[in-house]
Design a protein around this ligand. Structure first.
Ligand code: MD5
Ligand code: FE
Length: 204
């Protein structure tokens, strides 16, 4: 089913379900070349979510700030190429939500263990906010917190399940959002883990 969350924001329930097994295998291949790591925020806090990237650029954070970089600072090499299974599904989801021209050059991969959270934030390090962000949830379900354009705005909660895809664009592109601490659960494909893929356009 397709549910409109707000202007420019669409929840495509189960859109990735049929491709979940190859997507998870591709995550494992990406993580072999660019291992998951816990980034440090500019304020010095270790993030509870573990991250890696694929594509021409990757999102990184350290004491100097947040940025996109073509080189993985942990390996000194380019990020692994975006698997075609990722790119195809990211584009199909964007198209289903009305963004036919989406050509992502980054896929940020997040890995959640029980208790992992992502505090309320905006995604604003990309070069051009005209492009949407496509998010694919795999494994253990999570509670997504969806706010407004100011940090203090009221948040709504949505359960995101294995295979769900969300597309955020237009007036919803810069909303504050986060993930509540992950509950312990067991998923047949991922055990106690949740993965989230976010497709982004970094370069213009
Ligand atoms: C996650 N990841 O489930 C979430 C889902 C991240 C991140 O937030 O930055 O890696 S992506 C949700 C998202 C992205 C861009 C805009 C909006 C939500 N939004 O306007 O609500 O790991
Ligand atoms: Fe985000």
């Amino acid at each position: 089913s397709t549910e409109q969350l707000d202007d420019g924001a669409w929840l495509l329930r189960g859109f990735a379900l049929e491709k979940a097994v190859p997507l998870i295998a591709a995550i494992e291949a990406v993580a072999k070349a660019a291992p998951f790591r816990h980034l440090v925020t500019p304020g010095g806090f270790r993030m509870s979510v573990a991250m890696t990237n694929c594509g021409a650029y990757g999102w990184v954070s350290d004491r100097r700030g947040y940025r996109y970089d073509a080189v993985d600072p942990d390996t000194g090499r380019a990020w692994p190429a975006m698997p075609s299974s990722f790119l195809d599904l990211g584009r199909e989801a964007a198209q289903a939500a009305g963004y036919a021209q989406f050509n992502p050059d980054v896929c940020l991969v997040n890995r959640y263990t029980p208790g992992t959270r992502l505090t309320l934030h905006q995604d604003r390090d990309e070069g051009d906010f005209a492009h949407p962000i496509v998010s694919i949830s795999l494994g253990v379900p999570a509670t997504f917190l969806w706010g407004g354009l100011a940090r203090g705005d009221k948040t709504r909660r949505y359960a995101l399940y294995h295979g769900d895809v969300v597309v955020w664009g237009g007036p919803s592109r810069l909303r504050f959002h986060g993930i509540a601490p992950l509950k312990s659960a067991d998923h047949p494909l991922t055990g106690n883990l949740r993965f989230n893929l976010t497709f982004r356009r970094q370069g213009s």
